[in-house]
Design a protein around this ligand. Structure first.
Ligand code: AMP
Length: 410
């Protein structure tokens, strides 16, 4: 089915074409008609499925012409997501006269004040900064027609739910609400009951499943050989861009430091870094200046970083959902990706929880030729486990396969 059959406005269809989209993704096919028909919507889809366009395209189509606003408010849990969703809205709206603005913390108020003063049709915001603007009288929400609560479970995790409720109370009752969440815990269910009117649910794929195009592997290792193994894996991988996830900010800084010492071009992303540093890290990673991004879970939710060939969990995530979010950075939009997880003896319970969560047993992999000091974890390796991937000469990349040849990056 073509985009042109979905009832979107001509200007928005032109934007879609300019974005290079040929066909709607499944969530777009199902969500766009519902939002156009004014229904409240609960969306649950894997990351990378095109959910931003699923709500942005119909909202822009209905708004159509500029008017006093904001008439659409999109709440996002992090600054990075807010910036990314604003960019997507701007792209889709480029042939419309509609104005899009973003408001998030960690940066000055000047530009945001100015944008709000000029008037916006679509405002993308993080809850805290939006409340600040409301408190300063910079923005009022009494004209909001479309409210989007994106990554609602993440907002809950980050303690934003009270802020979200305060914001909701300032929006007109007569509005359309869309909520996107990978999981629906009890608190979100309560929010749905309270804030939405007979919502339709659009669930694409199993809620918990990572993208099918991602290959998973677990690398058992003792905790004091983790860094050594990471370096060796990076040396042997034929990667374009890789994200290394760490549990703590301190750990991320430490790993990044070690990788830099070994001549990897590394950027770091965690919440102790300034907004400017975070933007520089993301921009540098996107445009290829940095080939490794070391990050805490702040980067795992919804960030649209294209062409991540590998995700490496240096630390096993504490929550199984975070595993799905982390590896959602790779294998996006049908591209192939690899997810490698380093597992120490202390991690076995967490790994078992992840395997239950994704309903999949992940192969334990041994890096041939690596000088393992401790091998007890391999005892659970089964004889039928998949063989290590084939070697391939560096530079002769085909697709995004593993590279297990002997050549070194240095
Ligand atoms: P999202 O799930 O919204 O983060 O989108 C994931 C990626 O898919 C983004 O890079 C979008 O630009 C891209 N995308 C969204 N819709 C389509 C589509 N219909 N065709 C191709 N790519 C798309």
């Amino acid at each position: 089915m073509a985009f042109s059959k979905l009832g979107l406005s001509k200007a928005v269809l032109d934007g879609v074409r300019a974005a290079g989209y040929v066909e709607p993704t499944p969530i777009q096919l199902r969500a766009i008609p519902l939002v156009l028909a004014g229904k409240d919507l609960i969306g649950s889809a894997q990351t990378g499925t095109g959910k931003t366009a699923a709500f942005a395209l119909p909202i822009l189509s209905v708004l159509d012409q500029p008017a006093p606003g904001p008439r659409s408010l999109v709440l996002e849990p992090t600054r990075e997501l807010a910036a990314q969703v604003e960019t997507a809205f701007r792209d889709y709206a480029r042939f419309t006269p509609l104005k899009v603005a973003v408001a998030y913390g960690g940066v000055g108020y000047g530009l945001q004040n100015e944008a709000l003063r000029k008037g916006v049709d679509v405002l993308v915001a993080t809850p805290g900064r939006l409340l600040d603007h409301m408190g300063r009288g910079n923005v009022q929400l009494d004209r909001v027609k479309f409210l989007v609560l994106d990554e609602a479970d993440r907002m809950l995790d980050m303690g934003f739910l009270p802020d979200v409720k305060r914001i909701l109370q300032k929006c007109p009752r007569d509005r359309h609400t869309s909520l996107f969440s990978a999981t629906i815990p009890a608190e979100i269910e309560t929010l749905i009951q309270w804030a939405m009117r007979s919502p339709e649910t659009v669930e694409i794929g199993a809620r918990r499943m990572p993208a099918e195009t991602v290959r998973h592997a677990i690398y058992p290792v003792s905790s004091h050989q983790k860094t050594e193994l990471l370096l060796e894996i990076l040396n042997r991988l034929n990667y374009d861009s890789v994200i290394v996830f760490c549990r703590t900010k301190y750990g991320a800084d430490r790993v990044a430091h070690t990788l830099k010492r070994h001549d990897h071009a590394v950027a770091v992303l965690h919440s102790n870094r300034t907004q400017k540093e975070r933007e520089q890290a993301l921009r540098g990673f996107r445009d290829g200046r940095f080939e490794v991004l070391v990050a805490t879970d702040i980067a795992s939710r919804g960030l649209d970083i294209e062409d991540v060939s590998h995700v490496i969990n240096y630390d096993v995530p504490q929550h199984p959902e975070d595993y799905v979010h982390r590896i959602g950075r790779t294998g996006r939009a049908q591209a192939k990706g690899d997810a490698l997880t380093l597992m120490t003896a202390e991690d076995t319970d967490h790994v078992a929880a992840i395997e239950r969560f994704i309903s999949q047993k992940v192969a334990r992999t041994k890096l041939e030729g690596f000088n393992y000091l401790y091998t007890a974890l391999f005892e659970e390796l089964k004889p039928g486990a998949p063989p290590a991937p084939r070697s391939r000469a560096r530079g002769a990349r085909v697709g995004r396969g593993y590279f297990y040849g002997s050549a070194r990056r240095r």
